[in-house]
Design a protein around this ligand. Structure first.
Ligand SMILES: [Zn+2]
Length: 371
């Protein structure tokens, strides 16, 4: 089919541009290609410039008109500059491979072609959407979070373009989370001459690590991972500095409050007298919970799927996404509306090519029904 070929061609072009979150040049290049395509259809483009990260882009047919639907898709990947050179876009059998192919270059193309389909019909639903293409989702959306929240406030629905699961399921619930950095300052001393003068920052950090890890509760879906540590200068010196990086995941808003409080409590007082603790960071994404509003929206999407003979399941997943932001402002939100694939953030990341047209139709028809 012609359109599938066209879509694959554009996916190849986008995958072959390195666009890791820290590689602004690449992310901006991806934006430029997409912006041109939307401009051709007469969409208005607002570029929110960033110095450090790629720019965020807002796309809407008529800026002065109120729209009901927000669509969020990110342009950054987890892969650094140079990855494309090592393993560019390839097709093997029914799958396509390459850095960011499913997370989420194929979603970007699916979104574009869904809008194109509405535009060409013509079906005025394309005038009822505001699209945010953001540049920093993979690092927790530091520059786009506020933008997404601001635009969400005027919307009824939010459609998030993270890929569908390997079995085709979309995503109706997600864990939230964030990162903390725990820095400890102690006092250096020679470990042979006068160890009693020292205050070990590493020892203090060790106490904190044990306590933090004890907050884990797999059954309830709370996960605390002190994933990286650093500290010390030499083996014969009582270390004056140590640092721990903590990844936090929670399943409900209630847990977010609880875990936040516990972490602050643990870090409030040192176990080793004379050491000093500073805690930075926090939970920046609240979970996407399957509430009434989200359930209703899910039913619409499932109904559309039904009409084209797909049995569409919805799952709960552990990873976070931008779905958190609109959902926690009370906007009906569904995620996983991109094409089907797997191996996210890995070398064997893939797209199921056959799902491109199907998910494109699903998205276009969903937008149409919501308008
Ligand atoms: Zn993603």
């Amino acid at each position: 089919m012609n359109q599938k070929k066209e879509m694959l061609g554009l996916i190849e072009q986008l995958v072959n541009i390195d666009s890791g979150s820290y590689y602004k040049k690449g992310v901006d290049k991806v934006a430029e290609i997409l912006i041109n395509q939307f401009r051709e259809m007469g969409f208005q483009i607002t570029i929110k410039k960033n110095k450090l990260y790629g720019n965020n882009v807002v796309i809407q047919y008529d800026e002065n008109k109120k729209t009901d639907i927000l669509i969020v898709a990110h342009m950054d990947t987890v892969f650094p500059e140079g990855t494309v050179r090592e393993r560019p876009f390839t097709i093997k059998g029914s799958r396509a491979y390459g850095p960011g192919v499913i997370d989420m270059k194929s979603s970007l193309v699916t979104l574009l072609y869904a809008i194109k389909a509405l535009y060409q019909q013509p079906n005025n639903a394309y005038k009822n959407i505001t699209i945010i293409l953001n540049s920093d989702e993979e690092i927790g959306s530091p520059t786009s979070k506020k933008l997404i929240e601001k635009i969400s406030r005027t919307k009824k629905y939010a459609l998030i373009m993270e890929p569908a699961r390997q079995d085709g399921s979309i995503v109706s619930a997600r864990r939230g989370g964030g990162k903390y950095i725990l820095s400890v300052k102690g006092k250096a001393a020679h470990s042979g001459v006068s160890p009693e003068d020292g205050k070990s920052a590493i020892e203090e950090l060790a106490h904190k690590i044990i306590k933090l890890q004890q907050l884990n509760n797999a059954q309830k879906g709370i996960s605390i991972n002190v994933g990286m540590i650093e500290g010390g200068e030499a083996v014969n010196v009582v270390p004056s500095e140590a640092k721990g990086m903590i990844d936090v995941r929670i399943t409900s808003r209630e847990q977010a409050r609880y875990v936040r409080k516990q972490i602050e409590k643990i870090c409030a007082t040192p176990d080793i007298k004379g050491t000093n603790i500073t805690l930075k960071g926090g939970i920046n994404r609240l979970p996407l919970e399957l509430n009434q509003a989200n359930k209703k929206l899910l039913l619409v999407v499932q109904d559309v799927a039904d009409s084209i003979g797909i049995e569409l399941k919805a799952v709960h997943t552990g990873g976070g996404s931008d779905a958190s932001f609109p959902a926690n402002l009370g906007v009906a939100t569904i995620d996983g509306l991109g094409p089907i694939g797997g191996g996210l953030h890995n070398e064997d990341e893939y797209l199921e090519i056959h799902s491109l047209t199907e998910r494109c139709f699903l998205l276009a028809e969903t937008i149409s029904r919501l308008s």
